[in-house]
Design a protein around this ligand. Structure first.
Ligand code: NAD
Length: 286
């Protein structure tokens, strides 16, 4: 397929490379000048999108998504499909899809889970919202960039699932860190604590796969001085999106809101740029 790829950051560039490796023709664009031995990069947004069958965006937030859609929609061929893989608020996702639909174009929100490693290895999970025919047409692309793609519902459903998932992740990481800090204070051996909890009813992804304690459990960012991985910055962003979604839908999410407040505090007191599991040390020192 002929693909325009907008937003060649930590995630977008490796995703674009994987598409090229499987024989697709990709033209990339970013606000910042980038260069890459594989990805052909254009300086013009119009050149990036014109004549393309699929446009993929991987941008920081809803406002950049709406800005890009405002500039490109009139340049697209009528059967082009837009896939937005960024994590953005649900309202912007629905608005972006609505803008595309008004021009007769199909748009999918398709945020990802799996981080930079998943983007590089082509093992992302896509949570998709939008039209089933469009989803089926671009599923081969999801299968290159990822290992799983689920159509979750109408436009905005992909972002909604992503926000719910990451609210669970933020809350469960804090719970795991609180438990390890209390275990320390109770005089427990951290590795015994891991051995029991990871196979008991307290087991969850935050402890089993992403244990926040160095030298315990699998190799994680905790074993690499908390270099991300998944940064506290991105967790704070996603918990902020969850908080907004909860307010907009009048949902009772006290733990989600507290997780946001704790990550905000951690972020402003040294957490910026660290892996989100480093909140362990913030909790220990509090
Ligand atoms: P990034 O900041 O590395 O990349 C974003 C890129 O978009 C940058 O290169 C920036 O210059 C470009 N950009 C911004 N505005 C633009 C515009 N108007 N036109 C063209 N390009 C523009 O971010 P990232 O880590 O690649 O993340 C991208 C998205 O994926 C975010 O929404 C993030 O929340 C989500 N995400 C990231 C991860 C992760 O681990 N990094 C995991 C899951 C989801």
């Amino acid at each position: 397929m002929k693909i325009g790829f907008i937003g060649l950051g930590n995630m977008g560039m490796p995703m674009a490379r994987n598409l090229i490796a499987e024989g697709h023709e990709v033209t990339g664009f970013d606000l910042i000048q980038k260069s890459d031995p594989l990805v052909q990069i254009s300086k013009l947004l119009s050149e990036t999108v014109s004549g393309k069958e699929v446009i993929i965006t991987m941008l920081p937030d809803g406002s950049s998504l709406l800005e890009v859609y405002s500039s490109i929609l009139s340049e697209l061929q009528p059967e082009a499909i837009l896939i937005d893989c960024s994590t953005v608020d649900v309202i912007s996702a629905k608005k972006a899809a609505g803008m595309a639909n008004e021009k007769g174009l199909k748009a999918l929100d398709a945020p990802v889970s799996g981080g930079i490693g998943g983007a590089e290895n082509g093992t992302l999970t896509f949570m998709v919202g939008g039209d089933i025919a469009a989803f089926e047409r671009v599923t081969p692309l999801f299968n290159i960039m990822g290992q799983k793609a689920v159509l979750c519902g109408e436009s905005g459903a992909g972002q909604s699932v992503k926000i719910c998932n990451n609210m669970i992740l933020g809350v469960s990481m804090i719970a795991v860190c609180e438990a390890f800090v209390m275990a320390d204070n109770l005089g427990l051996d951290r590795s015994k604590m891991f051995d029991v909890v990871s196979t008991a009813s307290g087991s969850c992804w935050a402890i089993n796969t992403y244990c926040p304690v160095p030298s315990v459990g699998p190799n994680t960012p905790a074993d690499n001085n908390y270099i991300p991985g998944f940064s506290a910055d991105l967790m704070l962003k996603d918990l902020g999106l969850a908080k907004t979604a909860a307010e907009e839908t009048n949902s009772f999410t006290p733990l989600g809101k507290e997780a946001y407040a704790l990550y905000e505090n951690f972020f402003s007191k040294g957490g910026q740029g660290k892996d989100f599991s480093a909140i362990l040390n913030f909790i220990k020192d509090s």
